[in-house]
Ligand binder design. Sequence first.
Ligand code: ADP
Ligand code: MG
Length: 273
Amino acid sequence: MPQTTNGAAPAGAAPAVAPILEVEGVTLQYKTKEHLITATYRVDFKVYPADRFVLLGPSGCGKSTLLKGVAGFMRPVEGEMRLKGRRIEEPGPDRVMVFQEFDQLLPWKTVRQNITFALRNGGRCSRESDADEIAMNYIRKVKLNGFENTYPHMLSGGMKQRVAIARGMAMEPDILLMDEPFASLDALTRRQMQEELLQLWDDTRFTVLFVTHSIEEALLVGNRILVLSPHPGQVKAELNTHMHSHANAGSPEFIALQTRIHNMLFADRVLEE
Ligand code: ADP
Ligand code: MG
């Protein structure tokens, strides 16, 4: 049975474990000429080491904005975000983002060069040969060996996303930020990528903050899910879940949890209409 709790420490984590990321009462706004848009309002959550923490909510609920805040591209107007206890004030190689778009790779660089460039630019490696070795290691992890000298335009969408994931992981950030990384893929590739992400996580136990608007994807990818309501984005619920797989996605527990989250999200829609 999936466990559900509100705002508690993650299942299995001892209280003594320090969070990697703390988001406390964070309000993020955009100022345009005519409007002040409050994208998120007083959002709280904590991400612990090796969490697969999912931000789930409908389009426009501030998921990408929260990631921009964590990445250091936006400052909260209220509240604070801390990475390993230190207030986030600017971008850094300790937080790497993987985006939805297939054009996030440098088109004039090969698969391997895309990764070595990030490693050297981000200050992870000063020697090209070290960067090469790390790059090849992660290229193998995402099953792209044989394509290391290929340019992005020769790759499928799924392969491009694998490169972006390999590049992000190679940086060994404190937290990997993933903004709907599989949303532009066809259903079968998407499913495959979700499974591969879990295999990679099993292998390295990295910490990931993953954004999606798909309830199914949230349940498959995450061990903890923050459900957000829109306009402005606010925390609706926090759920701890056991690891689900495509194999048990049809199980009564999975469907019950899916329905429960759907009802949480749908309740907002009814109120808005
Ligand atoms: P999500 O990723 O959940 O779809 P976003 O974080 O992109 O949502 O957007 C949250 C809110 O902030 C939306 O109302 C959106 O219109 C607004 N917003 C996002 N980016 C900008 C921007 N650059 N300028 C002004 N408003 C923005
Ligand atoms: Mg978004």
